[in-house]
Design a protein around this ligand. Structure first.
Ligand code: ZN
Length: 238
């Protein structure tokens, strides 16, 4: 069982009826259901809560944090973004979703802009599993489709990933690296592209499988605090 914290800025669902219809309990509510059904210990946190719901004790108790944000990245306090960054370096897993490519925690951890090309006209997306043996691709076919999506196209301004699990193709012709893994410090980071708020992407069973796999993959397995990275006595006499 993994302690999962699902973070959502929770703005579109409160301002746009069409989005609220797709996600009546918020995107965080839909994602929490997916992880709870997988047997995890789940809590949610939103932008509107004090310290955005991401206090030191909450992050201390979190194995994996998932992040959905879009329109209010700038409203996330720098101190909270820095706390998330530090928690990842200390070993917390981070799953960044869709428009979270421009979030403060993600761009801080990447050291790049996270910029990309986009177009929202409801195009079909076909995701190819590039690394069929990767834990995040467990149980998936070699490709799967989402009937209506917002297009993201290359170049995606991120550093070269450690693993490249999925590539997307869109009806308009663009391609995009849509499932990427990095290690930062002791923490594992996965970016997953699908998830625009005006399409029911997180109700898709294959997308839910990817998210469950990602949480398991990002769960810390070792206690990083055991390494004493200080001035060291020699192990041999000289
Ligand atoms: Zn979007």
């Amino acid at each position: 069982m993994t302690a999962v914290t699902v973070w959502n800025e929770f703005v579109h669902e409160q301002e746009d009826e069409a989005v609220a219809e797709i996600y009546p309990d918020g995107i965080h509510g839909a994602l929490a259901d997916v992880f709870e059904a997988a047997g995890h210990d789940v809590r949610t946190a939103t932008l509107q809560e004090p310290e955005h719901g991401l206090t030191e004790p909450v992050l201390d108790e979190t194995d994996v944090l998932t992040w959905w944000g879009h329109t209010a990245h700038h409203e996330v306090e720098d101190a909270v973004a820095e706390r998330v960054q530090q928690a990842v370096l200390d070993g917390m897993g981070l799953v960044v979703l869709h428009s979270g490519h421009h979030s403060k925690p993600f761009t801080r951890l990447m050291g790049t802009s996270g910029d990309l090309r986009w177009r929202d006209v409801g195009e079909r997306e076909r995701l190819w599993t590039i690394e069929t043996g990767h834990p995040i691709a467990a149980g998936l076919d070699e490709c799967f489709e989402l009937p209506e999506t917002e297009m993201y196209g290359e170049r995606f301004d991120v550093p070269p990933p450690d693993d490249h699990v999925f590539t997307s193709w869109f009806e308009g012709g663009e391609v995009f690296r849509s499932g990427l893994c990095w290690r930062r410090g002791n923490g594992s980071i996965f970016y997953f592209r699908p998830g625009h708020e005006s399409y029911p992407i997180y109700h898709d069973e294959t997308v839910q499988q990817v998210l469950r796999n990602a949480v398991e993959w990002a769960t810390p397995t070792v206690d990083a605090s055991r390494a004493e990275l200080t001035n060291a006595e020699p192990r041999e006499e000289r």
